[in-house]
Design a protein around this ligand. Structure first.
Ligand SMILES: Cc1cc2nc3c(=O)[nH]c(=O)nc-3n(C[C@H](O)[C@H](O)[C@H](O)COP(=O)(O)OP(=O)(O)OC[C@H]3O[C@@H](n4cnc5c(N)ncnc54)[C@H](O)[C@@H]3O)c2cc1C
Length: 445
């Protein structure tokens, strides 16, 4: 919708824009689903930034419940199906934007498609979880498979809904976008919330009752009774249509585009959002990083170019934040695993500080971990885990990373200070100093 709205804004009546979506909603915040399921915000309407009617009033020909089923790139035609009427449709085009998003990973284990097992991706998925929860008795049990940020957020949502919740993950600690030492703090906070966290535990299958609905989750660590299962195993780019049509896909499975979000070798074809790969500016590699912050920017870039203007998407440094209970989590750039895989030699600075001046009543702990390259001293990545006020500190690291700053340069940055917001030396500065000292110990060496 970002692309469609931008192209229409630029070209007005010169451009007829048809938008197909197989769902019922437009411009919705999937990111809000866990807070809706947990009862913290209303939904689904409150999660919609711009309704179908608003888009139509701005001149977009929007077709909901209409699924694209085939792309004929040679003829410039999209084949589609009206899901309510059950009829076939075809749409000719001069420009095509492929923006099909991503789909939750469903591992091929017995029972995975049982009633009561949910992937969470679109608002209709959130509604389906809420409808299912409404039919469960008091004391019902939920199992979340996968402790990435969506799994962790959904686990908290189920707790808020009154369920007894277990989270199962193969990895040694939750949140594998962090290093395990930082993920361990997330683990402890989840346990404080009453969540039973089983790490190092693989999923083997889902057991169902006579009615076909989920009854239990079978893991390497035994069988867990379950009335609802939420999959938080990540997503993969939704590229079925693209693959069939012969659009180029990268090693991470997403559609490859150039800087303008154009698909190389296919004049008039564009792609954006969770279905594409992005260029990681730090590791200099193409990755699948499905985040709304990228999708919105890419949509605007594609819409600008499609509308006759010029814009580029400059890549990512993989900045992301989330939270569980009161604990805020931020990360940008490379983790130790990423840095090793990319071949960097690096040092690691770790510090513990406070979110405000230590003497303020609101002061809470804040942990920062920083990676910097040996030799150049360049910042490679940072992770922040702490209480209220912690997570957005990652944006300072993201800005430094974007501008290829060294940790030594970071130590001189003019960051704000007042006691309710930070100690006089903010955690960002202390962590940068600690890391810079490791690169060049005081007194030389
Ligand atoms: C629970 C959850 C929490 C999240 N939290 C965050 C967060 O905190 N921060 C963040 O940056 N990102 C977050 N994200 C990710 C963010 O929501 C996505 O990156 C973003 O929605 C991607 O936008 P998109 O337009 O590419 O795909 P989508 O928003 O998934 O839209 C794709 C659309 O294409 C439609 N579609 C697919 N195939 C077809 C077809 N063949 N025909 C017609 N229509 C089709 C789908 O119905 C869907 O509406 C979260 C995602 C989830 C699920």
């Amino acid at each position: 919708m970002s692309a469609a709205a931008q192209a229409k804004r630029l070209r007005g009546d010169d451009l007829e824009v048809v938008v197909l979506d197989r769902g019922r909603h437009t411009s919705y915040s999937a990111c809000g689903i866990p807070y809706w399921v947990g009862g913290e915000v209303d939904g689904p309407d409150a999660l919609v930034a711009r309704s179908p009617e608003e888009h139509r009033r701005r001149g977009l020909d929007l077709r909901l419940r209409t699924e694209a089923v085939g792309l004929d790139l040679a003829a410039g035609v999209v084949h589609a199906r009206d899901l309510d009427a059950g009829t076939d449709l075809r749409f000719g085009y001069d420009h095509l934007l492929h923006a099909t998003g991503a789909v939750p990973v469903r591992p091929p284990v017995p029972g995975i498609d049982a009633a009561g097992v949910f992937g969470v991706q679109v608002l209709d998925d959130g509604q389906a979880v809420i409808d299912h929860l409404a039919g469960l008795p008091d004391g019902a049990r939920g199992v979340v498979v996968g402790a990435g940020y969506i799994g962790v957020e959904m686990a908290e949502a189920l707790v808020r809904h009154g369920l007894r919740v277990t989270v199962v993950d193969k990895a040694p600690e939750p949140m594998t976008t962090l290093d395990p030492d930082m993920g361990a703090m997330v683990h402890r906070e989840m346990e404080c919330l009453g969540i039973d966290v089983r790490t190092g535990t693989g999923l083997l299958g889902v057991e169902t009752g006579a009615d076909g609905a989920v009854r239990a989750v079978v893991t390497e660590d035994g069988t867990l009774p379950a009335d609802v299962v939420v999959l938080g195993l990540g997503v993969r780019p939704a590229t079925g249509l693209a693959r069939e049509a012969g659009l180029p896909l990268g090693d991470a499975g997403g559609v490859r585009t150039d800087l303008r979000m154009a698909v190389p070798g296919h004049e008039g074809v564009w792609a954006a959002g969770d279905c594409v790969e992005v260029f990681d500016r730090v590791s200099q590699s193409w990755l699948h990083v499905p985040l709304g912050t990228h999708a919105n920017k890419q949509g605007r870039v594609a819409g600008t170019n499609l509308g006759g203007g010029y814009a580029t998407f400059p890549g990512v440094v993989r900045t992301a934040i989330s939270k569980v209970c009161g604990l805020e989590i931020g990360r940008t750039g490379l983790t130790e695993r990423d840095a090793r895989a990319a071949g960097f030699r690096y040092v690691v600075g770790r510090i513990e500080s406070t979110t405000t001046a230590g003497y303020m009543p609101a002061a809470r702990s804040l942990h920062v971990k920083v990676l910097a390259e040996v030799g150049s001293g360049r910042l490679l990545g940072a992770q922040v885990v702490g209480f209220e006020g912690s997570a957005k500190r990652i944006d300072v690291f993201a800005t430094a990373l974007w501008n290829r700053m060294t940790v030594d340069e970071m130590t001189g940055m003019d960051l704000s200070y007042a006691p309710p917001f930070s100690p006089v030396w903010d955690a960002v500065l202390i962590a940068a100093r600690k890391t810079a000292d490791l690169l060049q110990p005081p007194g030389g060496g």
